[in-house]
Design a protein around this ligand. Structure first.
Ligand code: MTE
Length: 445
């Protein structure tokens, strides 16, 4: 921390948090002093002493005992299932206004700007449904195995949950994450630009164990088809090598409890490193076959439109990518001084080995700290110190994975992929900071 300006820099942590509409309007009007006072009250612990001394008066938040210090609190189990503080209610998954016409076939994005560490709280896990979600009765749910197997079988949830289980932390990213940004800047915040990624601990049974029990023909049966029980007929081909690696799970647990209904309760496929669409929810059937099925969700959707007009199929692995989550678009730096730049990096091919951060639009780069744990095919948290001098800046992060692959710039990616695609945009994200402290989404080639 040598050379670091010790004055606290202060960031409005998430667009929806802490500040009232009136306070945000005050920032826009340029009434920064008013805002500074308001912010001190809202986050006294961070900045009160210095400001209170400067004002020559005591801080009421420390001089007067608040009700929570002088009265009896709520009893245990007042909330039998705990919920976040009411002061955090702005942190929610949200639909991007105007993105889709009906909520049953839409996305609710994870508020990455307000999260810490690597695990996504289950209630904030992004949602992507093709035909809505149901709270499926587990006693009526079945998993059928058929195709190139010796014995066709039907499993109840009890049958599956009595098998030996494993728990593993992995990210799931929709192939369409950042898909709106192929041509140009389209959305203001990291929630909408990158919020189709979440990272959880999943518990379940390796699919290989279940296929072994059914006597799968691994010689001829080089593919499986996974099918969901919802009305969208979600069906995806998964190459058998992935299943043979033992990584693909038939999962019922997420973050220590059963999956949430929105995320496939009671059973979903977990396919580490592969785009979200293959993580079939409400999983009801696995068929072993000798060639890919080319179903609608792999022939028409989730294909990459290339510059020559042809579509590229079965590019399922999510390549190495990263994004700075704070400071990020829609946030506001309230003062010059020290900031902890924080973000997430991930790779569908293994571990992240390095993240570099630039504050001048890619001219100079510094190596960020990777926080532990650094896990394969999981989100890795990175942090780096920064002292903002109040001048315009462009913040970027660039991740490298264990294969040596380096996250590309928009210029590099567009040279190969063009600008008309939807899927698999892993370009370097840029956030511009202007003198007023406002942070916005920009693209740097
Ligand atoms: N499985 C079924 N049965 N139905 C669906 O609509 N959506 C897919 C996949 N599995 C989907 C599904 C897509 S496109 C993605 S990105 C992930 O689920 C999203 O998982 P989540 O909603 O748990 O985030």
């Amino acid at each position: 921390m040598a050379n670091i300006d010790t004055r606290p820099g202060r960031v409005r942590p998430a667009p929806e948090n802490f500040l009232t509409d009136e306070q945000i309007a005050a920032v826009k009007d340029g009434r920064r002093d008013f805002l500074r006072r308001a912010f001190v009250t809202a986050s006294a612990a961070m900045a009160a002493p210095a400001v209170a001394r400067a004002a020559g008066e005591g801080d009421p938040a420390i001089l007067n005992l608040p009700p929570w210090s002088t009265s009896l609190g709520q009893p245990v189990a007042a909330n039998p299932y705990g919920m976040p503080s009411k002061f955090e209610r702005g942190l929610q998954r949200r639909e991007s206004p105007g993105l889709t016409r009906v909520g049953g076939s839409s996305v609710a994005f994870t508020p990455l700007q307000g999260l810490f560490g690597i695990i996504t709280p289950s209630g904030l896990h992004f949602e992507r449904h093709h035909q809505g979600w149901h709270d499926v009765d587990p006693s009526k749910h079945r998993l059928m195995i058929n195709g190139l197997v010796k014995t066709n079988a039907v499993f109840t949830m009890d049958d599956i949950m009595r098998l030996p289980s494993v728990s593993r932390i992995h990210f799931i990213e929709c192939g369409a994450n950042t898909g709106m940004e192929w041509g140009n800047v389209a959305v203001p915040t990291v929630q909408y630009s990158h919020g189709m990624i979440s990272c959880s601990e999943f518990t379940g049974v390796p699919l290989k164990e279940i296929l072994d029990m059914c006597g799968a023909d691994y010689k001829k049966g080089r593919f499986v088809l996974a099918e969901g029980a919802d009305g969208s007929s979600m069906t995806r081909t998964i190459p058998m090598e992935l299943i043979e690696s033992g990584e693909v799970l038939v999962a019922y647990g997420m973050n220590g409890e059963m999956l949430r209904p929105e995320n496939g309760y009671p059973l979903r496929l977990v396919v580490p490193g592969v785009q979200g669409v293959s993580w079939v929810k409400w999983l009801r059937r696995i068929e072993v076959g000798d060639k890919p099925w080319a179903t609608k969700d792999e022939a028409v959707h989730y294909v990459d439109l290339m510059p020559d007009g042809l579509h590229r199929q079965y590019t399922s692995i999510q390549e190495c990518k990263s994004v700075i989550t704070t400071p990020s678009g829609g946030q506001l730096l309230l003062d010059k001084g020290f900031y902890n730049i924080s973000g997430m990096a991930w790779s569908g091919r293994g571990k992240v080995t390095r993240v570099d951060v630039s504050t001048d639009g890619g001219i100079n780069w510094r190596q960020a700290r990777l926080e532990t744990p650094v896990l394969s095919k999981a989100v890795t948290r990175f942090n780096i110190d920064w002292v903002w001098d109040g001048k315009p800046a462009i913040l970027q992060s660039r991740a490298v994975d264990e294969t040596g692959y380096v996250q590309p710039s928009y210029g590099q990616l567009r040279k190969v992929r063009g600008t008309k695609s939807i899927y698999h945009n892993n370009a370097i994200q840029s956030w511009k900071v202007v003198e007023s402290g406002e942070v916005s989404n920009v693209q740097v080639l």
